[in-house]
Every structure is written in structure tokens, then in C-alpha cells.
Design a protein around this ligand. Structure first.
Ligand code: RTP
Ligand code: MG
Length: 146
């Protein structure tokens, strides 16, 4: 079992896609073990996207992520990191496969509705950053179906 970190970006929240996006994770069999809505400040955005500092799109990315509230979730399940990235799809909505979140709901390369951790190491780093209070645990019986 793994826990990964996702957040619905400002465009996804403003477009009313939080329920649609979360539904896809829940239907797949992944569990929500943490949830919060917040306005991201520049400090948190910079720490989260530190790997992209210095790239041409970085200033616009920080401006985008800090522009309006987001909804963050800790998501748990078997291979949760990889499965979540598969549900999310390729970075650019025009290249993302139909059936993925980005493939079904967007055309933009940057305004792509959702973030998902790209490795177990990233997930652990991001969960510590966004959910320093920790995540929740389910009773063992809740995993009967996987
Ligand atoms: P994310 O980290 O948000 O889950 O997205 P990702 O792994 O699919 O893509 P990544 O390379 O980590 O880029 C982070 C976010 O920066 C914006 N971006 N814009 N205009 C551009 O060329 C460009 N490239 C990246 C996107 O919002 C991307 O999700
Ligand atoms: Mg990334």
C-alpha cells in the first residue's frame, strides 16, 4: 500500500471539477486519507515545485498555483502513486489520452487541473510538506475489495 499526494489546481476548483476528479479516484478503489482546502502562498508553492525553479514556465506556474484556492488530498491504495498518475494523464491536455482527467477535461499545457506526485520519494516529501499533521488510517476491513 502507498499513499500519494494530489491537489486540484485553481482551474479545476473554479471549473467545479473537484467532485468529478475525486470520483475517479474513489471509483478506482483508492481511498481519501486526508483532505483540505487552502489558498497556497508563495512559500508553499515554491517548496512544492522546487524542482522546476529556473525553468521558463516557473514564474507563471507559481502565479497560477497561488492565484485562487486549491483542494489537496492524500490518496491511499495499492500502487497509489503510479495508479494516480495514470488516472491524471500526460501534462499537456492536448496530448493526454482520452479517459484520463487531463485528457477528458482540458486543452491547456499549463492549466491542467490536477497535480499528482511522480514517485514514492516525491509523495513522501510532498505529504510531509502539505500534511505535516499526518494522514488518517482506515480499519483493516475497508480493504476487502483490493
Ligand atoms: P504536476 O507536477 O503539476 O503534477 O504536473 P506534471 O508532473 O505532469 O508536470 P511537471 O513537469 O512536473 O510540471 C509541473 C506543472 O508546471 C506546468 N507546466 N507548464 N508551459 C509549460 O511548458 C509547462 N510545463 C509544465 C504544468 O501546470 C505542470 O503540471
Ligand atoms: Mg510534476
Amino acid at each position: 500500500m502507498e499513499t500519494t499526494f494530489i491537489f486540484v489546481k485553481p482551474d479545476g476548483v473554479q471549473r467545479g471539477l473537484v467532485g468529478e476528479i475525486l470520483n475517479r479516484f474513489e471509483r478506482k478503489g483508492l481511498q481519501v486519507v486526508g483532505a483540505k482546502m487552502l489558498r497556497v502562498d508563495e512559500d508553499l508553492a515554491g517548496k512544492h515545485y522546487a524542482e522546476h525553479e529556473g525553468k521558463p514556465f516557473y514564474p507563471g506556474l507559481i502565479k497560477f498555483i497561488t492565484s485562487s484556492p486549491i483542494m489537496a488530498f492524500a490518496i491511499r491504495g495499492v500502487d497509489a502513486v503510479t495508479v494516480s498518475r495514470t488516472l491524471i494523464g500526460a501534462t499537456n491536455g492536448r496530448k493526454a489520452d482520452p479517459g484520463t482527467i487531463r485528457g477528458d477535461f482540458g486543452l491547456s499545457g499549463g492549466f491542467n487541473m490536477i497535480h499528482g506526485s511522480d514517485s514514492i520519494e516525491s509523495a513522501n516529501r510532498e505529504l510531509a510538506l502539505w500534511f505535516p499533521e499526518g494522514t488518517l488510517e482506515y480499519d483493516k476491513s475497508s480493504n476487502l475489495w483490493t
